[in-house]
Ligand binder design. Structure first.
Ligand code: ATP
Length: 307
């Protein structure tokens, strides 16, 4: 069983319009509504690949009920803390010129009391499900909680020898890595902001070594990724593909990594599988979804070399 933590989930509404510009009125060509927040994207991809997955975090109000119903429908086991506030909505506007605009609600304020309930739940889930060995914690932290929340979860999990993947940004990532998560997966902007540098793809290998973390994947969108797994560095090169919606590709990559690691894949197979999951999300309309046929095909076209 794999566990995902989404502290600030959302209903994600993706609107596809032609010629999007500010100040206009647009009718959608089509729209997609999904239960979002990075952790729930990870959960959906894990489930699509037939893994047993449990999701936790905070849910509230009618939007929270909608997300719970969605998770039930997808047979994703869910155990969230119910809060008084309303779970947020996030809007993505995708246009035919390839532009991509996002509007993200802040979401509800989480009180210390609710956070305490969440910690108790997190502990209970881990204690009662001894088969959970891998946890992903992703995304932003809701209003009201301290920046060191992820650090606390990682410290707790480390005590039980449970591996945590941290996928976040800014202060949450900076704080979280102090507790030594098993893997972080920043993109180029996130790693640059963490290191306070403006590095390009070629010159940050030395810098990520200095972070003294066991595993790091820096995802580079259409340029593939660079990975450090234990003491080995890899450059992952990918072919050009017809991208439809790249949102959630990083989340899909994490799902792929969790599966590959659970199945004991060697480094190359693991990285190919994780990268193929990211790419496979980019060619689907839905955020946090993958095309299984594309996945099987593209995996053989990914090249990895030691650097
Ligand atoms: P998100 O936060 O939306 O989940 P991210 O910024 O964390 O995404 P990306 O670097 O965009 O993650 O993507 C992760 C992986 O998905 C990349 O390493 C790549 O393999 C694949 N991918 C993403 N965008 C593209 C693209 N435009 N073309 C090909 N592959 C892509």
């Amino acid at each position: 069983m794999l566990l995902t933590v989404t502290l600030n989930p959302s209903i994600d509404r993706s609107y596809y319009v032609e010629g999007f510009n500010k100040n206009g009125v647009y009718r959608t060509k089509y729209e997609k509504i999904t239960s979002g927040g990075k952790g729930l994207n990870v959960s959906r991809v894990l489930k699509k690949l037939d893994m047993d997955v449990m999701a936790t975090g905070f849910l509230g109000g009618k939007s929270g009920e909608y997300i719970k119903d969605e998770l039930d429908r997808l047979s994703i086991i869910n155990d969230f803390v119910n809060i008084d506030g309303e779970t947020r909505n996030c809007i993505a506007i995708l246009s035919d010129d390839g532009s991509h605009t996002e509007i993200l609600e802040k979401g509800p304020v989480i009180t210390e009391e609710y956070f305490y309930l969440f910690l108790k739940k997190f502990e209970n889930i881990l204690e009662q499900n001894s088969d959970i060995k891998f946890v992903s914690v992703s995304g932003s932290i809701p209003q009201g909680l301290k920046d060191n929340v992820y650090k606390r979860l990682i410290m707790y999990s480390n005590k039980f020898d449970i591996k945590i993947i941290l996928d976040s940004s800014g202060e949450y990532l900076k704080n979280g890595i102090e507790a030594k998560p098993f893997l972080i997966k920043p993109n180029l902007d996130e790693i640059n902001s963490l290191l306070n540098k403006n590095l390009n793809q070629k010159n940050f290998i030395e810098e990520i070594e200095n972070l003294e973390l066991e595993n790091i994947i820096v995802s580079l969108g259409e340029d593939g990724a660079i990975a450090k797994l234990k003491n080995n560095f890899y450059r992952i090169m990918i072919p050009k593909i017809n991208v439809i919606n790249p949102v959630g590709s990083g989340d899909s990559m994490i799902a792929g990594f969790m599966i590959g690691y659970e199945k004991d894949y060697d480094d190359i197979r693991l990285l190919k599988f994780a990268t193929a999951c990211g790419m496979s999300n980019a060619i689907t309309k839905t955020t946090g979804d993958i095309d299984l046929n594309f996945l099987k095909d593209i995996i053989n076209k990914i090249e990895i070399k030691n650097v």
